[in-house]
Design a binder for this molecule. Structure first.
Ligand SMILES: [Zn+2]
Length: 450
């Protein structure tokens, strides 16, 4: 009989298909499925009775801002907060680091920074910006998961938005390299015109900002991206879709054969535009939070499996950048990576009839499948033992002292969660347990298998 490094007994596994009881053996960081109570030799046994075991979260959308702006977050605190929420693999976006990840050299700098301090595994997006189409190949060669482009102003000077020609050319190049293009879909034309109109009239409130980024600006950009993806045969991933209408457009394009998937974020599922008005800058994001009706339809699409992934779009900044009376000028970005899973369990349970295996799909399985990460994203034989152990019977209130972020702000402070991540395991090793980070940084770069 072989000896396991660790055996986890008595937990309920939340797989992409079902919730069932089974034991797990772990040897050299890999899973071996076991029958309940199967006699085995193990160096360590963990009793998980009463707990649900999810695959470790894969968050395909984070901004940890390193190198260059680690004072905004950085890999150490960002990955720690993620692990505290059950996360084991994140994809860092190319922007808000400086230099942005738009060529091989900047990728190498980022990789070194993450290897030095990331608690959990990581992958990187390359950027697609005007002028770097010829650098896409070197980024692909280094193992980026895909290329991210902005169709509207990104909010940061060193990462300009694409014009139609750059996006078309970039999609052609990505298709040839077998890579996905992800877009921030809001129309630059509509949003910049509306914003200028507000600012010219001295209108700078939260409501003015909301009015400057209407749903139709998002729908128009999604439609444009879908047409270009169809034309270029490029695989497309539309990030942070904020409303059901956006998902409907994507679903129609899928039926026409366009290779497109989509993401939404917990803040669009949990908060509405009224919350943005109440909470202020801490809840500022783009696309902005939406009215309740748009949110309700987003939930319906989620529950019918038409949303591929849920990413946090964690995008923090120092508190000073969130201060000021002009809502157009304060930094836009929500700090949320620590609470994706418990927030969705709470909201999904209480109000929305969400099943747990669906959560396991959108936070792990579907991400691994879309981005071709063979050993990640599920609980299966020979898969990486990346696990989140969750207590579904523990109420906790989110408070600033419990945040692992560099800057302790979150739009969710004061909210009660009905689920708590009690342990996070990365490749068989416990990295977070009972509120504490318990490991040195062991994160490694993960590359797509094709
Ligand atoms: Zn983002």
């Amino acid at each position: 009989m072989s000896e396991f490094d660790l055996v986890i007994r008595g937990g309920k596994l939340v797989t992409s298909a079902e919730v069932r009881e089974a034991d797990l053996g772990i040897v050299e960081g890999k899973i071996q499925m076991l029958q309940c109570g199967e006699p085995v030799q193990a160096r360590d046994i963990l009793d998980a009775s009463g707990l649900h075991i999810f695959p470790g979260l894969i968050d395909s959308h984070v901004h940890f801002n390193e190198p260059g702006r680690a004072d905004w977050e950085g890999f150490e605190t960002g990955s720690g907060a993620f692990a505290a929420g059950g996360g084991t693999l994140f994809f860092d976006m190319p922007l808000n680091a400086h230099p942005p990840t738009i060529d091989g050299e900047s990728f190498d700098l980022k990789r070194r920074a993450a290897e030095a301090t990331s608690l959990v595994d990581f992958a990187f997006w390359g950027g697609l910006v005007p002028g770097n189409v010829n650098r896409m190949e070197e980024l692909a060669g280094r193992g980026v998961v895909g290329f991210k482009a902005f169709m509207s102003n990104s909010g940061i000077e060193d990462f300009p938005c694409v014009d139609d020609q750059t996006l078309r050319e970039g999609m052609k190049r990505a298709a040839a390299l077998g890579k996905i293009v992800a877009v921030h879909a809001e129309s630059e034309k509509i949003t910049s015109e509306l914003a200028q109109r507000c600012l010219a009239g001295g209108k700078t409130s939260v409501r003015d900002y909301l009015n400057s980024r209407p749903i139709h600006a998002e729908l128009e950009a999604i439609q444009c991206a879908l047409e270009l993806a169809g034309e270029t045969k490029c695989a497309l991933h539309i990030v942070h879709v904020s409303c059901g209408g956006g998902i409907a457009l994507i679903a129609s394009a899928q039926k026409l054969g366009v290779d497109v998937t989509c993401e939404t974020c917990p803040h669009y599922l949990v908060l509405t535009e009224e919350d943005m008005e109440q909470i202020g800058a801490v809840a500022k994001c783009a696309p902005p939070l939406r009215p309740k009706a748009a949110q309700d339809s987003l939930w319906e699409y989620l529950k019918t499996d038409q949303i591929t992934t849920i990413g946090s779009d964690h995008s923090p900044s120092p508190p000073g950048m969130k201060a000021g009376d002009n809502f157009f000028k304060v930094w836009g970005g929500v700090s949320g990576i620590q609470h994706t899973l418990p927030l969705l369990i709470t909201e999904g349970n209480v109000n929305r009839g969400l099943v747990l295996s669906l959560l396991s799909r959108v936070t792990a399985h579907n991400v691994a499948e879309r981005f071709c990460l063979e050993r990640k994203g599920g609980i299966f034989d020979f898969g990486d033992a990346d696990l989140a152990l969750v207590d579904l019977n523990q109420n906790t209130e989110i408070c600033s002292e419990g945040l692992q972020y560099r800057h302790k702000h979150s739009p969710y402070i004061g909210r009660t969660l009905t689920a708590k991540v009690v342990r996070t395991i990365l490749r068989g090793q416990t990295v977070f347990k009972d509120g504490e980070i318990v490991s040195k940084p062991i994160g490694r770069l993960v590359e797509p298998s094709h």
